[in-house]
Design a protein. Structure first.
Length: 344
């Protein structure tokens, strides 16, 4: 084999060994956990792994201390993985555990204000694909755990806020903690003129009072907004037609109405003639959604025997109907005796 061939062969072997010993490190696709490859280890360097809670990052980070300086540690004997994107390969198969994950969790509870159990955190790490090597060092398939954000190992907690949306009596806030069952408040708000139907959630979907709530998110507020429907017919507090005896004068029909939901749309007054046995519309009023009390009158100038029907409608189509007593009008002013008055 000539010199040129030997050089090419050696170069090929060197490149192959480089890729064999420097497998690509990775972090998960969410970006809150980090890991690095376990490189093939030779030599006598000693690695000590310590898990440290960093309040600034709100994460548990791996600090690696070595007996001898490493080029990858910038010729020092210590390196802390402060980001999931830090993927410096660790060339050790049997690291020693210094500060344990249990101690890091205790610090996390004390400094970070959490109340996490060791078993729950370890279960969360297992769910993420990590496991205890058996000596307190945490691994995944092919490498080591170097960084885990608190958001990945603590229960997610958020607030549920109720918006009465024009009504009153909304329930107080509730707190949803991941892993804990929660039912929405059974309280219902009230609103004059409207019927409460359900809660419309800011995350989408409709919820009923007392329904189980299973959504989880890390912080923030989910707003439950009351959804109302006007199912209440307009109110008629007064409706009259006079005189209810024979008269040579005019008749008067009057009303007072109100709708406190969607508001009044219209009032229609119809007259029934006992002489012709027929109905006719004699007047109408438009209100365009007002919710205040409204009154109106109609003057009857025709002769005859009449009664009246009042139809009140609100903006969404709810309606109320009222019937009056008979009135008796005869402008010739006759003297009538022994008359039986009619009832509508």
């Amino acid at each position: 084999m000539n010199l040129k061939s030997k050089i090419v062969l050696c170069l090929g072997i060197a490149i192959g060994m480089f890729f064999m010993f420097h497998a690509t490190a990775f972090a998960d696709d969410i970006g809150d956990t980090g890991g690095t490859d376990q490189g093939n280890a030779t030599g006598t360097n000693i690695y000590t792994f310590s898990y440290i809670y960093d309040a600034g990052n709100d994460a548990i980070e791996l600090r690696v201390d070595t007996k001898n300086p490493l080029n990858s540690f910038e010729n020092t004997t210590s390196h802390t993985y402060t980001s999931p994107s830090d993927q410096i390969v660790l060339y050790t198969q049997n690291p020693i555990c210094g500060n344990s994950i249990e101690n890091a969790i205790a610090t996390m509870n004390a400094v970070g204000g959490y109340n996490l159990s060791v078993s729950d955190v370890k279960a969360a790490l297992n769910d993420l694909g990590y496991y205890d090597k058996g000596n307190g060092v945490w691994k995944y398939n092919g490498g080591y755990l170097t960084y885990v954000s608190a958001v990945k190992i603590r229960p997610q907690v958020h607030t549920i806020f109720y918006n009465a949306n024009g009504g009153s009596g909304a329930p107080g806030n509730q707190t949803k903690t991941q892993g804990q069952q929660l039912f929405l408040s059974t309280m219902k708000p009230t609103r004059t003129g409207y019927t409460f139907k359900y809660w419309l959630a800011s995350i989408g979907g409709n919820y009923n009072p007392g329904q189980e709530y299973t959504h989880n998110q890390d912080g923030g507020i989910v707003t439950m907004t009351a959804h109302w429907k006007d199912e209440t017919a307009p109110d008629c507090s007064d409706f009259y037609a006079i005189p209810n005896y024979w008269s040579a004068g005019n008749g008067t029909v009057g009303f007072t109405v109100r709708d406190q939901g969607s508001g009044l749309e219209s009032v229609v007054l119809q007259r029934y003639s006992a002489v012709t046995n027929s109905w006719s519309t004699v007047n109408s009023w438009s209100y365009n959604g007002t919710t205040s009390s409204q009154s109106g009158t109609y003057t009857e100038t025709s002769e005859g025997v009449f009664y009246y029907k009042l139809t009140i409608e609100d903006k969404v189509g709810n309606s109320t109907t009222k019937i009056s007593a008979y009135i008796y009008l005869d402008y010739s002013n006759p003297v009538i005796s022994g008359v039986v008055f009619l009832t509508p």
